[in-house]
Write a protein that binds this ligand. Structure first.
Ligand SMILES: NC(=O)C1=CN([C@@H]2O[C@H](COP(=O)(O)OP(=O)(O)OC[C@H]3O[C@@H](n4cnc5c(N)ncnc54)[C@H](O)[C@@H]3O)[C@@H](O)[C@H]2O)C=CC1
Ligand SMILES: O=C(O)CCC(=O)C(=O)O
Length: 525
């Protein structure tokens, strides 16, 4: 039975959805890394929020794992390259908690502007310190948004409702989108120089780690207030501590910390700091949404092959999945055929689509063709890691969709170039869903690929087929199907023969001794 481990505190809806869809769901929250490592091999899926770290070590132990689902946005707690190498799909749930997180950023901005947490503490302590808590108005102030994606743009919208002037730095924000959002696109230095409040909404990447450091803070307006509801490591906490002490930064609101859970932190204790324990996504509504979304996505993938919001492979919608399935089988078979015939360094792979195939979402087909191709050459290859492996090995992959009329309603052709030669193989779907090989090295042949095949190339000479059939019969080899093709009378010919069992090397050697045989290979599908 398909089994999923829910390792973080997700809404109970997630487990319900898995079970409703016939997937066994174990909820084990708070496992240590060692405990997780010791049980992960029993699961097909792992659902997490941010507490569980799916490290390379955990992933290496996850021999059965097919999918990691992040009920949330940031996936910095998942080692995506390690998952990709192991052929594990990593998916998240963008949008599910964006409004909630944007609202938290706005709440943090108010908390800073009016010192609400400190005023609350003081008031409840019976101090009534009206003059200590004189705040600043938000109206007319400049809000600098660093990272204007889903969350940043919602923050921009809400801030405009508060009559703030919104400026944004985001290298991927187009002029049109900035215009739609009514935000002024600026450089990072301009944002630092102009913003009264700065709010961070970028993912944590090598490019954003520690972007708010002493150098950046020095460029900011004295008395700036900074909000971070994205990731702790976007800032250098030591530098912020110094800036709070000097007054360069008047207030700091942090929902996220370099080390979490932040049971202690060098910034704690300052009355200029407002801190929350990574609560950005923690509303009932957001948690319900992300739990439902991650469970549906993971179940869809595990049960139907539909891929939504994956970070390491192309998407396949639930509608596409059944339509793509026979094409996937065809692409896999073509790849596998070519892979089993490839014995020297692979340099390039070209995958061409014609007819109906050219109208499909071909990225997953290309990925599966590559997996079929590399599978016979390497261990543990699947459609998730095959494109990465090809890239790492400098294999040039090209995909072409032809709009020209085709002899076939649908056709996929794979051309593999090695150090020594180029070889192509093409196939179609017979009756709309049955994969058939239709061409090998430009020679027409129509063959369904069975489990065990014998592939022979020979010179087209009288008596050859009889000699081959006689030898196979004499060796007790049962022939299921026999397919022939040739480029012309007396020229290159091929035979594709389905047999009940894989032929051994000794018999293959004898087949190669039959006059006119060029090569003979046993293939398995
Ligand atoms: N505190 C919390 O509980 C939550 C935190 N988050 C964090 O918020 C982050 C942002 O989430 P979304 O807005 O949904 O992501 P998103 O992907 O929609 O937006 C991120 C934006 O950052 C921009 N960006 C990337 N590198 C940048 C750079 N060097 N400088 C400026 N901008 C850059 C991107 O172009 C993109 O527009 C997540 O990656 C996650 O880490 C998300 C949800 C909840
Ligand atoms: O699940 C959570 O509480 C954290 C959410 C988060 O940080 C994210 O979605 O990136």
């Amino acid at each position: 039975m398909t089994r999923v481990l829910i390792a973080d505190d997700l809404s109970p809806r997630a487990a319900e959805i898995f079970r409703e869809r016939g997937i066994e769901a174990d909820v084990k929250v708070g496992l240590s890394p060692a405990e997780l490592e010791s049980i992960i091999a029993g699961y097909d899926g792992l659902a997490v929020r941010s507490a569980t770290k799916a490290t390379a070590k955990i992933i290496a132990a996850a021999t059965r794992l097919k999918v990691i689902g992040r009920a949330g946005i940031g996936v910095d707690n998942v080692d995506i390259p390690a998952a990709t190498q192991r052929g594990i799909v990593v998916m998240n749930t963008p949008h599910g908690n964006s409004v909630t997180t944007a609202e938290h950023a706005i709440a943090m901005m108010f908390a800073l502007a009016r010192q609400i947490p400190a005023a609350d503490l003081s008031t409840q302590a019976g101090k009534w310190e009206k003059s200590r808590f004189v705040g600043v108005e938000l109206m007319g102030k400049v809000l600098g948004i660093v990272g204007c994606g889903n969350i940043g743009s919602i923050v921009a919208d809400r801030a405009q409702g508060l009559k703030m002037k919104v400026i944004a730095f985001d290298p991927y924000l187009s002029d049109d989108r900035a215009k739609d959002l009514n935000v002024e696109k600026v450089s990072l230095d301009q944002l630092f120089a102009r913003a009264d409040f700065i709010t961070l909404h970028t993912p944590l990447t090598d490019g954003t780690r520690h972007m708010i450091n002493a150098g950046a803070i020095a460029k900011m307006k004295p008395g700036v207030r900074i909000i971070n509801c994205a990731r702790g490591e976007l800032v250098v906490e030591e530098d912020l501590k110094a800036a709070l002490a000097s007054g360069q930064v008047a207030g700091l609101a942090l929902d996220v910390f370099a080390v979490e859970p932040a049971k202690s932190n060098l910034l704690f204790g300052s009355d200029k700091l407002v801190a929350t324990p990574h609560l950005g996504a923690s509303t009932a509504e957001a948690q319900e949404k992300v739990a439902l979304q991650v469970a549906e996505q993971m179940a869809d993938f595990l049960l139907t092959g539909a891929v939504t919001n994956a970070l390491n492979m192309p998407s396949v919608t639930a509608e596409e999945a059944p339509r793509l399935r026979p094409y996937m089988a065809l692409a896999q078979q073509l790849g596998s055929f070519a892979g089993q015939m490839t014995h020297s360094g692979l340099k390039a792979v070209k995958i061409e689509y014609e007819g109906h195939a050219a109208e499909l979402n071909t990225r997953p087909l290309t990925a599966v063709a590559l997996a079929g191709l590399l599978g016979p050459l390497l261990d543990s290859v699947n459609m998730v890691n095959a494109p990465v492996i090809a890239r790492e090995r400098n294999i040039e992959v090209s995909e072409i969709k032809h709009s020209r009329p085709s002899d076939y309603q649908t056709l996929i052709r794979l051309t593999v170039t090695t150090d020594r030669q180029s070889r192509d193989v093409a196939g179609t779907l017979f009756g709309g869903d049955k994969p058939r090989l239709v061409q090998i090295k430009g020679i027409a042949v129509e063959a369904e690929l069975g489990h065990h095949m014998l592939y022979v190339t020979n010179r087209d000479k009288p008596g050859f087929i009889g000699r081959l059939g006689t030898l196979l019969g004499a060796e007790g080899v049962n022939i299921a199907t026999f397919h022939l093709g040739r480029s012309g009378p007396g020229e290159d010919a091929i035979a594709l023969i389905e047999v009940d069992e894989r032929l051994d090397d000794a018999l293959l050697a004898r087949i190669r001794q039959i006059p006119d045989v060029v090569q003979a290979t046993a293939l398995s599908f």
